[in-house]
Design a protein around this ligand. Structure first.
Ligand code: MAN
Ligand code: CA
Length: 378
């Protein structure tokens, strides 16, 4: 029994549908008439119907396409089958005999030879081509090498020139640098020389100052040492004298008197005229000091300075006839007058005294001075 076509099927379905829709339509129309919404229901119905028609159309179209394709494939398959069948029958029916096979083998060997010759020719051509190619490449390489050599030479030349320039620049720079360094060194040397001169000057000045200070110090030291030495010398002389005396009846100087060379000396603190002083010394079993030696003068000078003291020397009896108080000969004793003395100044000066500087001066006998008494221990 033949299958119903798509159209018939569709016809049947639409018939059923039509039957169902007519019944439903009647019902709906009744409902719509009764409910009063007839326009809305109809629109929905039309839309639904359109959709059904469209889907049916697309279904038929698909079916046609599928059937066309299937029939094409089927015819192709059929053709292939026919070909195969033909080949099979040819193969089965045309099995070559031995003579034919030998002929075919001969043809085949000829073919092989031909192919081999062709291959050999091709190989020969290839070899030629290869040789040509090699030659060309060699030539190209030689050219490239030559170009490279040229380039290298050019580069070398350029580099050499550049190096020469750089070398020249470096030499210039070096010369400049040397010059600058030389100038700087000269400046530094000059500065050093100036500094050296200044330093020398300062050192010389400092040395001069130090030398002067040293000289002052030396003078002071000499003076102090000389004084000290004189004292020591006096003391030593006294001690020697004491020792020399040995068994003599020696006695010490009275209290307040100073011992020197076996003599005692009294330096007063009160003052009076020369004659008053002379009387005072005599009253103390002594006389105004008589200076018989340089050592004694030094002792008097040292102990008396810087006061003025009457000494036992006067020319009150005869002008310029100086006499010592103990009768010692004025002519044989050393003199220690100050410069320009005795000058008998003013109304006359007949009495001698130790001045502030330690040397002698003649002065008016009534002048009030301190005095020095002396007595021997021998
Ligand atoms: C000065 C000098 C001395 C003199 C006194 C008198 O010092 O002329 O010679 O004895 O004066 O005061
Ligand atoms: Ca005088």
């Amino acid at each position: 029994m033949p299958e119903p076509s798509g159209y018939e099927y569709f016809k049947d379905c639409s018939a059923v549908k039509e039957q169902r829709t007519e019944a439903e339509q009647k019902r709906d129309e009744e409902k719509a008439w009764s409910s009063g919404d007839w326009f809305g229901k109809r629109t929905w119905l039309l839309l639904f119907f359109g959709l059904v028609v469209l889907s049916t159309f697309f279904a038929i179209l698909s079916l046609i396409i599928v059937s066309v394709k299937v029939s094409g494939m089927y015819s192709e398959m059929k053709e292939l089958q026919d070909k195969l069948m033909l080949q099979d029958s040819q193969f089965k029916g045309n099995v070559p005999e031995e003579g034919q096979r030998n002929q075919m083998a001969g043809e085949l060997s000829k073919l092989k030879t031909l192919v081999f010759e062709e291959l050999q020719k091709t190989q020969g051509n290839m070899t030629d081509l290869n040789s040509k190619l090699k030659l060309e490449m060699f030539e190209e390489l030689q050219k490239t090498q030559s170009n490279m050599t040229d380039l290298n030479s050019k580069l070398k030349l350029e580099m050499f020139e550049e190096l020469q320039k750089t070398q020249s620049n470096m030499t210039d720079l070096n010369s400049k640098l040397k010059l600058e360094m030389f100038e700087e060194l000269q400046k530094t040397q000059s500065n050093m020389t100036d500094l050296n001169s200044k330093l020398k000057l300062e050192m010389f000045e400092e040395l001069q100052k130090t030398q002067s200070n040293m000289t002052d110090l030396n003078s002071k030291l000499k003076l102090e040492m000389s004084a000290e030495l004189q004292k020591m010398q006096g003391n030593m002389t006294n001690m020697i004298s004491k020792l020399k005396l040995g068994n003599c009846t020696c006695s010490e100087c009275p209290s307040g008197w100073i011992w020197f060379n076996l003599h005692c000396y009294y330096f007063t603190t009160n003052s009076g005229s020369w004659h008053f002083a002379k009387g005072q010394c005599n009253a103390m079993d002594s006389h105004l000091v008589v200076i018989n030696s340089a050592a004694e003068q030094s002792f008097i000078k040292r102990e008396g300075a810087p006061e003025r003291y009457w000494i036992g020397l006067s020319d009150s009896e005869t002008e310029k006839m100086w006499q010592w108080a103990d009768g010692s000969d004025y002519r044989s004793t050393p003199k220690f007058w100050a410069r320009g003395e005795p000058n008998n100044a003013g109304n006359g000066e007949d009495c001698a005294h130790i001045d502030k500087n330690g040397y002698w001066n003649d002065n008016g006998c009534d002048t009030r001075f301190r005095w020095i008494c002396e007595k021997s221990l021998a």
